[in-house]
Design a protein around this ligand. Structure first.
Ligand code: SF4
Ligand code: SF4
Length: 95
């Protein structure tokens, strides 16, 4: 039997999701997109540590922060926690 799909208004409080979170590409919720500035970044890793989606990783070989836009929901926490102001939140489609 396939699970019945409910919209967000039909989900009960404390409803349990039967699909793993990795199946939900939360990037499609996003209104604002974090844009990383390689010149300003001091590689402190705050964005990696604070991102609630685990959407920011560090590529050591290339010495760059990598944003996974499939899972970034555009909350802006990374930009807020960035001490170097190296992340700008830009409206989706205007980047
Ligand atoms: S905007 Fe939010 S979800 Fe996206 S990378 Fe920054 S902290 Fe993570
Ligand atoms: S929080 Fe800012 S300075 Fe720190 S690694 Fe992320 S982008 Fe770079």
């Amino acid at each position: 039997m396939s699970p019945q799909k409910k919209n967000w208004k039909e989900i009960p409080i404390a409803g349990v999701c039967w699909v793993p979170s990795t199946d939900y590409k939360t990037g499609d919720w996003r209104s604002y997109k974090p844009i990383w500035n390689i010149e300003k970044c001091i590689r402190c890793m705050n964005c990696h540590i604070f991102c609630p989606e685990g959407a920011v990783t560090y590529n050591e070989e290339q010495n760059v922060m990598v944003y996974d836009y499939d899972f970034c929901k555009g909350c802006g926490i990374c930009a807020n926690e960035c001490p170097a102001k190296a992340i700008e939140m830009v409206m989706e489609g205007k980047e």
